[in-house]
Design a protein around this ligand. Sequence first.
Ligand SMILES: *[C@@H]1O[C@H](CO)[C@@H](O)[C@H](O)[C@H]1NC(C)=O
Ligand SMILES: *[C@@H]1O[C@H](CO)[C@@H](O)[C@H](O)[C@H]1NC(C)=O
Ligand SMILES: *[C@@H]1O[C@H](CO)[C@@H](O)[C@H](O)[C@H]1NC(C)=O
Ligand SMILES: *[C@@H]1O[C@H](CO)[C@@H](O)[C@H](O)[C@H]1NC(C)=O
Ligand SMILES: *[C@@H]1O[C@H](CO)[C@@H](O)[C@H](O)[C@H]1NC(C)=O
Ligand SMILES: *[C@@H]1O[C@H](CO)[C@@H](O)[C@H](O)[C@H]1NC(C)=O
Ligand SMILES: *[C@@H]1O[C@H](CO)[C@@H](O)[C@H](O)[C@H]1NC(C)=O
Ligand SMILES: *[C@@H]1O[C@H](CO)[C@@H](O)[C@H](O)[C@H]1NC(C)=O
Length: 434
Amino acid sequence: MVRLAASLLALSATAWAAASCSASSQCPKDKPCCSQYGECGTGAFCLGGCDPQASFNIESCAPMSVCENRSYKWDDLDNTILNTKYLGNASDADWTYSGFPKVEDGNLLMTMPKKTVGTLFANNHYIWYGKVSGKIKSSRGQGVVTAFILLSDVKDEIDYEFVGADLSNVQTNYYWQGVLDWHNSGNASVDGSDTFDTWHTYEIDWQPDQTRWIVDGDVKRTLKKSDTWNETANRYQYPQTPARLQMSLWPAGQASNAQGTIDWAGGEIDWDSEDIKDKGYYYASFGQIDVECYDPPSEAKKSGNTSYIYTSDSAMEADVALTGNDTVLGSLGATGLNMDLGANSSSSASSSSGSSDSVPTNSGGGSGGMSGNSSSSSSSSDSGSSTSSGSGAAATTTGFSQGGQDNGAPAVNERALRGSLFAVLVAVVVLVTL
Ligand SMILES: *[C@@H]1O[C@H](CO)[C@@H](O)[C@H](O)[C@H]1NC(C)=O
Ligand SMILES: *[C@@H]1O[C@H](CO)[C@@H](O)[C@H](O)[C@H]1NC(C)=O
Ligand SMILES: *[C@@H]1O[C@H](CO)[C@@H](O)[C@H](O)[C@H]1NC(C)=O
Ligand SMILES: *[C@@H]1O[C@H](CO)[C@@H](O)[C@H](O)[C@H]1NC(C)=O
Ligand SMILES: *[C@@H]1O[C@H](CO)[C@@H](O)[C@H](O)[C@H]1NC(C)=O
Ligand SMILES: *[C@@H]1O[C@H](CO)[C@@H](O)[C@H](O)[C@H]1NC(C)=O
Ligand SMILES: *[C@@H]1O[C@H](CO)[C@@H](O)[C@H](O)[C@H]1NC(C)=O
Ligand SMILES: *[C@@H]1O[C@H](CO)[C@@H](O)[C@H](O)[C@H]1NC(C)=O
């Protein structure tokens, strides 16, 4: 998926002239970190989502905070921080977000006001095997997608995705290092009343040898690591690297998206729907979220207990170590190569110097992410949305040629655009839907 993101951004780079990066085109030393969205920078680019395979070298990304057994409730948003402010101290803030979150009746409401790209939450404590469980009421309506996923910095991914046009099923999916394989997705029926009206509990039980998707206590799907063996490459294409829990609400069916994405999402989004009229936004509700950490693999190299780091860019399970290395950057100018840079002025750095090279979301507009209002990103709205729709399919044909599906069958291209990574990408490009 890094290639998808990189290609998308490369094709739309004229809008904001950011350096793009991929595993075959790493970042330069002065902006060593390749963000989740395939652009080079410092600061927040080196935190959650920083791709070690596409960065300047294996130490460019900051170490990843270790897993913590936790139960999250939503009486307030005190344990959250805007993605433009986070410097890597997970003890300070459990979640980084962008978009329009609200707290209502003890639940987290992720909202998507008219013509916005919705809301994204990412947990700052990486999980290296564990069980996550969420009480969720999905959003509804064609074109509206809710996601509850585990995503690693090298794009290992395990998903639940709720398509607002089908409230009786939830889709399950996984990726290994972002390699697209449409065989990976599945459909789980949700028994009882629908996913919008009723709370259901969705669990991902991610173990070193198998992953289970469990809805209301029923195992809906089991993926065995042994079934992911790739004989040609001599490797398990199984999610196996430290991952963050991410939750999002996004407009897959915005008119400017590729037709395959819109079709998957059940059609174009209706910005005059009942929810928009009644509440002013689409919304998904999240109740209690539980995280249980499993022990790291017993063979894992251990020299401490504060962070995970990658030790080789093949980025398989054996290439991750548990260390005592610090995770906090001194400022938005700092990187994994120089973590303390600007530490003395961190408060001003973190509040005011969120340039487009230090906070990935800024690349889509001027307003420092989606905290506020995407209206200021008018220049990127045209270029961004049209290129993402126009280039999405192109990006997948060019971008995934290494994945063996390089005949570029339309089905494959369409699948590519369904990925939640695309959701995240779209969200961060800060498109204004037109
Ligand atoms: C971790 O810390 C060690 C010792 O301080 C250092 O040599 C190494 O570069 C650090 N690794 C990363 C990925 O930060
Ligand atoms: C991280 O945040 C905690 C809680 O606010 C604080 O006690 C700690 O000193 C911070 N650590 C660093 C390295 O800034
Ligand atoms: C899931 O099931 C629904 C309803 O049966 C169907 O419309 C949809 O195409 C299925 N999705 C997948 C990915 O199989
Ligand atoms: C989390 O809790 C489980 C038991 O529920 C325990 O085995 C594990 O060591 C704990 N992990 C951490 C990181 O606290
Ligand atoms: C963390 O690691 C340090 C040094 O490796 C060790 O002294 C300490 O007991 C560990 N703490 C926990 C909670 O395991
Ligand atoms: C931070 O400031 C102190 C005193 O003002 C100074 O001694 C120290 O060298 C500074 N550190 C950095 C990393 O600039
Ligand atoms: C964005 O700002 C404009 C004017 O500055 C305002 O009309 C609009 O309602 C705002 N949108 C959101 C989602 O806050
Ligand atoms: C298995 O690995 C080979 C060699 O890297 C690759 O071409 C092929 O696409 C992989 N198969 C799958 C299903 O990913």
